[in-house]
Design a protein around this ligand. Structure first.
Ligand code: SF4
Length: 430
């Protein structure tokens, strides 16, 4: 194939993949610095970043096998009714491309999804064949993330997990009703079924590695199954669900299927990228999409679920179904539960320390470690990484408050970290 043809394929099929957020840094416009200057934009398609089983950040070639799709999901640039250029790789092309990029150190892995151009099992077979050929014939040892094509069977998921590090089935929308409205060919039951199949297979493989037969035969006797687990993507703001429904759903997915990550993707109107007339689809909200601050707050709430041991019910309630756009969810919780504070840092256990705004997991661990040999002062906390601007109202060190939280409304104003346009608070350690 002529180089220019291949370049065009890469351009079409990486552009078509960039809206899938389930391996992070996708579809984002990047940070706009002072004066509108940009750095680190992830908008150009092709390479994205993800995290491996051991926490390393890797750059991935992110492409679709094909952007031909029989389905007509209203929120998707690749839907069957969209007037876009269509293309598809062959397995050979993708294997060569990935191996070549990998050898040249352009990428450390592959993220491969596809439009549903045929029966789901046939599409899945192509993704599996690509991964298997990379592993068995091209000697490729890099990271592989494969999409589970909606409707594919357990047999295919079993095979895919033998060659990929991670698999993901996108749940896309929070309720069956919304799926029926915007993606009528998909079904929540089928997507959750795929997650359940993955979970069952993962347990089965792990169990088999613990059997006496395996232990006596050595490591190669039982293969690993998708060691980096499974993830999913939820589109936010395309339908009417509130943050409470979204966080409740994520919490239940983490519990039931031990998902590694739920990725939240602020809805971007497909008409913003493809064709103006598609904006007239009455099923879609007007405008480009919800503010990115909503996506950011959902990630922070998700972090509270996964690492700070909050329950979904503590973060949002029937009376308050949306996350506060102006204040992070941990500070919002603390201000609503002032009777839980102050926390004495020289006595509190790890779980309790994590409840203090401005103290993240790393600082909490440092506190536990260093107070074994001394009594901690406020100055010690600052040096350990506590953000005292936030923590000052919620802790004591040796009995000393920095400032009593007498006026919650004033504290809320002072700790407000966004005017709705810019975000100053780190995403995770807060
Ligand atoms: S199945 Fe739906 S979301 Fe996936 S590529 Fe096709 S139209 Fe897009």
């Amino acid at each position: 194939m002529a180089l220019s043809d291949l370049q065009e394929k890469i351009s079409i099929l990486s552009g078509a993949a960039k809206f899938d957020a389930s391996c992070a840094t996708s579809g984002s416009d990047g940070y706009k610095g002072a004066g509108g200057k940009k750095f680190g934009t992830s908008l150009p398609s092709g390479v994205c970043h993800s995290w491996t089983e051991d926490g390393r950040c890797v750059s991935l070639l992110k492409v679709l096998f094909s952007n031909v799709c029989k389905y007509d999901c209203a929120y998707c640039v690749n839907r069957s009714s969209a007037e876009i250029k269509r293309s598809a790789f062959t397995v050979k092309e993708l294997v060569e491309l990935t191996s070549e990029f990998y050898r040249r150190n352009y990428i450390e892995g592959l993220f491969l999804s596809s439009g549903i151009f045929a029966d789901p099992d046939i599409v899945m077979e192509k993704l599996i064949e690509t991964a298997k050929t990379l592993r068995t014939e091209a000697g490729y040892g890099g990271y592989i993330h494969l999409k589970i094509i909606p409707g594919t069977g357990e047999k295919m998921i079993r095979e895919a997990g033998l060659w990929a590090d991670r698999l993901s089935a996108n749940i896309e929308l929070p309720t069956e009703k919304s799926l029926l409205c915007l993606a009528p060919q998909k079904s929540g039951k089928t997507i959750l079924g795929a997650m359940n199949d993955f979970h069952g297979l993962k347990s089965e493989f792990e169990e088999s590695r613990r059997t006496p037969k395996f232990l006596s035969q050595g490591k190669s006797a039982s293969p690993f199954f998708a060691p980096a687990g499974q993830s999913t993507q939820l589109i936010v703001g395309a339908t009417e669900e509130d943050d409470r429904q979204i966080i409740n759903l994520s919490s239940s997915l983490y519990r039931k299927f031990l998902l590694r990550r739920v990725y939240y993707s602020a809805f971007i109107h497909p008409g913003s990228y493809v064709q103006k007339e598609s904006r007239t689809d009455p099923r879609l909200p007007e405008g480009i999409g919800p503010p990115l601050v909503r996506e950011h707050r959902l990630y922070q709430a998700d972090w509270l679920l996964r690492f700070y041991h909050f329950s979904a019910g503590e973060i949002l309630s029937e009376e308050q179904p949306f996350l506060d756009a102006h204040i992070d969810p941990k500070t919002a919780w603390a201000l609503k539960n002032l009777d839980f504070f102050p926390i004495e840092v020289n006595r509190a256990d790890y779980e309790t320390l994590l409840r203090i705004p401005g103290i993240g997991a790393k600082t909490a661990r440092r506190i536990i470690e260093s107070r074994r040999s001394r009594t901690l002062s406020l100055d010690n906390l600052r040096r350990m990484g506590a953000i005292l601007k936030r923590a000052r109202y919620f802790l004591t060190a040796g009995g000393a408050y920095i400032e009593k939280p007498d006026d919650p409304a004033r504290i809320r104003r002072l700790l407000s970290d966004t005017d709705g346009a810019g975000l100053q608070l780190p995403l995770f350690d807060f």
